[in-house]
Design a binder for this molecule. Structure first.
Ligand code: 5AD
Ligand code: SF4
Length: 465
């Protein structure tokens, strides 16, 4: 779970009939993956994606419950979708509203009670049943709710994507979590930790690469705890899986997110040195730099253990770009604890990081703590932390100026004649170059560090084989 911005996804597809689907996706990359899979599931039913909600016969709101006023945001967005539905139905166009994702899982019936105009509510583990749910609503004109954790795996029912994804793609390899950090809803909304079998992942990755994908981000709430059934009957870890994926023709880059410090094995650290496809970037949330708070968060590791992992990583791959998540104002966090977090940040230095004010999640242990921190205190601490993290990010980017770096070009730049893509360190880079280089990895000398991106010049047309 990395991206916290709201993402409105517009998928473009080809279909057999004129029925339209509009998907709004909030939250993490796994939700983006799930929304794409929902589109794949509905394509055979004749649904074409539109980015105009007013045009859609089916409106799906894929929700996130991780922070903030998640539930209230959902009801406010549903109010907007209701108006669209009513307007369309006045014109004689039946319209269906579906609420998916973690808020759907957590709130279930409450959504249907407060917003009876919603037709379908389904959680992250049941969306493979979406075509049937839509048919059921159409036939019975009643609401459908599917928020159980079924024994069958949704992955066994998802069709392969049948259209180009661009040059980068997400691939969920593991889902759920058994760690129960004090602040987190994930174990309740996504369920128990489960890894997909190796062959299913290899097949999906091979298919993506046959569509032109060059970079795959492996997703999981605890992705580095991956332990899937291998084709040889043994359990494979993330390293073995990544090594196997590296043999797929056309696949140049592998990333993975999100990792937990306790599952950062020595072999995974070594893979950052030995496996050229594994990008020198690691998102490894630490949440706090205070042992006292880490303990009350139930994180299961200490600050010095985190330092030790980082030291090993930097030894294995000196240029590795580090990323993390921080929670500010967890119940019981004193000024001393916060200073310890600031010290950790100063000591390690991050290429990028996400930091959040603690927000109580219903059903989690921290939410009922009597030691909640006042909002103004959280605000002040967050501001102080974010200022340092921003400076570190800028410094990291400035340090790449003058270096020659392979850039995977994925799209046209904003200005005429520009192409744009990502560095191995996940920085946005653009350069003057021919469109024919889009989809290739090329050597670029970084010339300048701008506010949101780097600009560079092509030095060699391609590193791709
Ligand atoms: N309050 C604030 N931040 C949270 N996160 C998870 N739960 C909460 C919460 N209740 C943050 C953590 C996690 C990231 C995805 O979201 O930092 O790593
Ligand atoms: Fe949530 Fe902790 Fe599990 Fe991450 S490891 S998903 S923060 S409970």
């Amino acid at each position: 779970m990395v991206d916290t911005s709201f993402t409105h996804i517009a998928h473009s597809t080809q279909t057999i009939q004129q029925r339209y689907l509009h998907v709004i996706t909030w939250g993490c990359q796994m939700n983006v993956y799930d929304s794409n899979r929902m589109v794949d599931l509905l394509r055979p039913l004749g649904y074409k994606v539109t980015d105009e909600a007013e045009k859609a016969d089916v409106l799906i709101l894929n929700t996130c419950h991780i922070r903030d006023k998640a539930t209230e945001k959902v009801f406010s967005e549903l109010g907007r979708l209701r108006q669209i539905k009513e307007y369309r139905e006045d014109q004689g166009n039946p319209t269906l509203i579906a609420v998916a994702g973690c808020v759907a899982q957590a709130e279930g019936e409450i959504i249907l009670k407060r917003a009876p105009y919603v037709d379908i509510v389904f959680g992250p583990q049941t969306y493979h049943r979406l075509p049937k749910m839509i048919l059921d609503v159409a036939r019975k004109s009643g609401n459908v709710i599917e928020t159980d954790f079924p024994t069958e795996s949704k992955f066994d029912f998802l069709p392969a994507p049948d259209e180009s994804q661009g040059y980068t793609a997400f691939l969920t390899i593991q889902e759920g979590c058994d760690k129960f950090c004090s602040f987190c809803v994930v174990p309740y909304t996504r369920g128990a930790e489960e890894s997909r079998p190796v062959q299913a992942i290899v097949d999906e990755a091979t298919h993506l690469c046959s569509l032109g994908v060059k970079e795959i981000s492996l997703l999981g709430q605890n992705v580095n705890a991956y332990h899937g059934q291998g084709p040889d009957g043994n359990i494979w870890d993330l390293v073995k899986l990544a090594e196997k994926l590296s043999t797929i023709p056309g696949l140049l880059r592998i990333r993975y997110t999100t990792s937990h410090p306790n599952d950062m094995s020595d072999s995974l650290i070594a893979a950052h040195r030995d496996l050229p496809t594994l990008m020198p970037f690691l998102h490894l949330p630490v949440q706090s730099g205070s042992d006292r708070i880490l303990k009350s968060m139930n994180r299961g590791h200490t600050v010095s253990e985190y330092y030790a992992i980082i030291e090993k990583l930097k030894k294995a791959r000196p240029d590795i770009a580090l990323s993390s998540d921080f929670i500010i104002g967890h119940p019981g966090e004193t000024n001393e604890d916060f200073k310890a977090t600031m010290k950790l940040v100063q000591d390690i230095t991050f290429a990028q990081a996400f930091s959040f004010k603690y927000s109580p999640r219903p059903g989690t242990s921290a939410a009922v703590s009597m030691n909640q921190i006042a909002e103004p205190e959280k605000d002040a601490r967050l501001q102080e932390l974010q200022a340092v993290l921003k400076d570190q990010q800028t410094q990291f980017n400035k340090d790449t100026v003058g270096r020659k770096i392979p850039i995977l070009f994925t799209h046209k730049g904003r200005k005429e004649g520009q192409i744009a893509g990502k560095s191995p360190y996940l920085q946005a880079v653009h350069a003057q170059g021919n469109d024919s280089l889009i989809g290739q990895e090329c050597m670029v000398e970084i010339d300048e560090c701008l506010t949101f991106s780097l600009s560079g010049s092509l030095v060699k047309e391609s590193t791709s084989h």
